[in-house]
Design a protein around this ligand. Structure first.
Ligand SMILES: Nc1ncnc2c1ncn2[C@@H]1O[C@H](COP(=O)(O)OP(=O)(O)OP(=O)(O)O)[C@@H](O)[C@H]1O
Length: 324
């Protein structure tokens, strides 16, 4: 028998006054799969997550968790594990008791709840700190406790709202790798909200890109990144060279389409030094091309000129929906 999807969401809609926060959002999260809801601030990601969790009264839509229609059920009856941005832990409880709280609420006996909590703490690598209270932990450790708390519920669906947002860049990179390993171990479906493209790509099998309350593109993460369907999606995903062409049309030139050290010479202006290299602007007949150059590529610039050829077979014409 095939397993029911961890989440099947159909036509979720929610307005706040005149703001259509979510409009007809449909998506599926298979068991064992991670899906990222990705979009800029205010596009409705949290509204969708809160709607799935039962924390928001919906205007329309149907929410199924592990094959059960939970649309009419209160949050505590939906059997989802939640990790929010402000992963509020109980300050007066030990780490162990914080994590055992979920199973206890589900009427597990004290011993069984503690066993489930220990198992979850072991998964996030915090078993050693089980007797501490939250103030005795770093931000990253608190974040792990919040995750363990969601894992300990044994829910088929985990909902994570910007789970790494309160951490510095280094911790975030570390925890990202841990999370990916963890998600594959626990076998639950994960719906993750993020505005960070790299995070979505690093963690999720599938992404759903949201704009102004709607899902504008969804599919396997690598495919969505490599084949954005509109200029807005391409630009949002961080592709730099989405050049306006005619009204309503843009030309997307992926960085891989630009071959350096071949073709014509073009004037180049430096813009910024970044961790990935030097960001420059090339004055090209197609339009200004922004490129990140490695130290070796930077050395190809002579007298303010850089030789570059654009492989047009890799460039894509896209509908330009950016000004909508
Ligand atoms: N309780 C509310 N009352 C009125 N408007 C709301 C409410 N909650 C959200 N909104 C509005 O609905 C829209 C979607 O908000 P939502 O929080 O879902 O976006 P988001 O994509 O999660 O943003 P962020 O990344 O900034 O958290 C925004 O325009 C927001 O201002």
């Amino acid at each position: 028998m095939t397993r029911a999807p961890a989440l099947h969401l159909q036509g979720l809609s929610k307005a706040f006054g005149t703001v259509q926060a979510a409009h007809q959002v449909s998506l599926t999260v298979q068991a064992g799969e991670t899906v990222a809801l990705l979009g800029p601030s205010g596009c409705g990601k949290s509204t969708v997550l809160r709607g799935v969790a039962g924390l928001e009264r919906l205007d329309g839509g149907r929410v199924e968790v592990a094959g059960t229609d939970v649309t009419a059920l209160p949050p505590e009856a939906r059997h989802v594990g939640l990790v929010f941005q402000d992963y509020a832990l109980f300050p007066h409880l030990s780490v162990l008791d914080n994590v055992a709280y979920g199973p206890r609420r589900r009427r597990a006996g004290r011993l069984q709840a503690a066993a489930q909590a220990r198992e979850a703490l072991a998964l996030v690598g915090l078993l050693d700190l089980q007797a501490r209270t939250p103030v005795q932990l770093s931000g990253g450790q608190q974040q792990r406790v919040a995750l363990a708390r969601a894992l300990a519920t044994g829910s088929p669906l985990l909902l994570l709202d910007e789970p790494l947002s309160n951490l510095d860049e280094q911790r975030r990179t570390e925890l990202r790798a841990d999370l990916r390993r963890l998600f594959s171990q626990v076998g639950a479906g994960v719906l993750l909200v993020t505005h960070d493209q790299r995070e979505a790509l690093a963690l999720a099998h599938h992404v759903a890109v949201m704009r102004a309350g709607r899902v504008v593109q969804q599919g396997p993460s690598a495919q969505v990144f490599a084949q954005p369907q509109t200029a807005w999606v391409a630009a949002f995903l961080g592709h730099r060279n989405v050049l306006a062409r005619s009204p309503g049309e843009a030309l997307w030139v992926p960085e891989s389409a630009v071959e350096l050290g071949a073709g014509e010479f073009h004037p180049v202006e430096s813009e910024q030094i970044t961790e990935a290299g030097e960001l420059v602007r090339l004055r090209h007949p197609l339009g200004p091309l922004r490129l990140t150059l490695s130290v070796r590529e930077r050395a190809l610039i002579a007298n303010g000129l850089l030789q570059a050829r654009v492989n047009l077979t890799q460039a894509r014409l896209l509908p330009d929906d950016r000004s909508r």
